[in-house]
Design a protein around this ligand. Structure first.
Ligand code: NAG
Ligand code: NAG
Length: 229
């Protein structure tokens, strides 16, 4: 018996065990397998571990997507892009600029194509903004869990204008190593959405970014206080 004699359901099931590349390769062998590749039911789970993977044509975004993970743990890009802007050399800014809109653009597609998303994990996505995530919460109304780790641009705004305003289905929220999240933002979530299981082990104790010159007035103020005490 040949592979292509199997019905669509069987082929979908078989393909579900393959990685993105293998699915893509298989789809190039015949029309029937291309149709299986393009069937959105094959794509309920997507995991990306490097920026370049987002640009490949080896996956399909569709209404079956339930679980999406973008984790750039060890990527060099991540290390460069996570440096505070004012500390970056122009070379580093250059490298980083190339990825600036990559995840944001991808998430914008998710907003349109994947209304049934339940779980979203973003780790090391140094460029995504509050607005990107507010849009996701507005579009993916069933989202149950949101895990953010090491996303440096994320601020309390996502908590107030995203989670509190649109997180009706959210059951779990994790913000780790997001240095621009503060206790104030976390408290707002606790008060307004008490049903959400919130964990923020490594956020809100971190020192948010600020340019060196912005710290000077504080130091002067402290000096004055010390002089008069
Ligand atoms: C898919 O095909 C490409 C090009 O022929 C090949 O380099 C690659 O190893 C294949 N990948 C898998 C997982 O089969
Ligand atoms: C963190 O927040 C500060 C103050 O709101 C802002 O100036 C800075 O740009 C933010 N950091 C990043 C990496 O966006």
């Amino acid at each position: 018996m040949q592979l292509t004699q199997l019905n669509r359901e069987c082929l979908l099931h078989l393909c579900s065990f393959l990685d993105k590349d293998s699915r893509r390769n298989l789809s190039r062998t015949c029309h029937q397998l291309l149709e299986v590749f393009l069937d959105h039911r094959l794509w309920n789970l997507l995991h990306f571990s490097s920026p370049s993977q987002l640009k490949r044509d080896n996956f399909v975004l569709g209404p079956s997507l339930r679980c999406l993970t973008i984790c750039w743990y060890s990527s060099r890009v991540l290390q460069v892009c996570n440096i505070e802007d004012w500390l970056k050399t122009s070379f580093q800014k250059d490298i980083c600029g190339k990825h600036e809109r990559l995840v944001s653009t991808f998430l914008a597609h998710v907003c349109i194509m994947c209304p049934n998303l339940l779980h979203l994990t973003l780790s090391g996505c140094g460029h995504i903004t509050d607005q990107d995530l507010i849009s996701v919460l507005q579009s993916c109304r069933k989202l149950r869990s949101l895990h953010l780790e090491n996303c440096v641009r994320i601020t309390d705004c996502i908590l107030e204008e995203g989670v509190v305003a649109h997180g009706n289905s959210l059951e779990e929220l994790k913000v780790d190593f997001c240095r621009n999240i503060t206790q104030v933002g976390l408290q707002t979530v606790r008060e307004n959405r008490p049903g959400i299981q919130l964990s923020a082990e490594r956020s809100a104790d971190m020192i948010p970014d600020s340019k060196p010159e912005e710290k000077v007035p504080l130091r002067r103020m402290l000096q004055k206080v010390l002089q008069f005490s």
